[in-house]
Design a protein around this ligand. Sequence first.
Ligand SMILES: [Cu+2]
Length: 170
Amino acid sequence: MKKTLALLFLSTSLLIGCGGEAKKSEEKQGIKINSSSSSNEKVKEEGISEVYLSGNDQMKYNKSQITVSAGDEVVLTFEHVGKLPKESMGHNFVLLKKGTNVQEFGQEALEYKDNDYIPEDSDVIIVHTDMLGGGQKTTITFQAPEKGDYDFICSFPGHVALMNGIFTVE
Ligand SMILES: [Cu+2]
């Protein structure tokens, strides 16, 4: 009889012990989740689409497709990872309205050297970054346009042929 009681006591305390352990690890997980969302790790924040785009001295973007979520605020960081100056190898990011003739826009942009090749009062530009030279970086924030596919280009003379891509809002 004494033995049974002792065993019962032992198993009960083991159960309690297990319960305590389980609770502890849950708490640990909770802390882990909290700390990762507040760190610099790439975690998708609610309502924000983060985009990183770069251009180089070979006249190339690092991506030809960008996808963001409809209704999101887009935080786009654009970096010129080359070494050449803005005057000879300038790069920008220009997002154009649907149905814009990209080649025609590129031609028009040629006439706006004094405005960093951004046609003044253009009604086909949704948003654009500054024109950057090697080593420069900029971030722009804008509201994602309605769902669909949009062209993005670099408007520096001659670059549109190689520096273009599709910006998709889904
Ligand atoms: Cu360019």
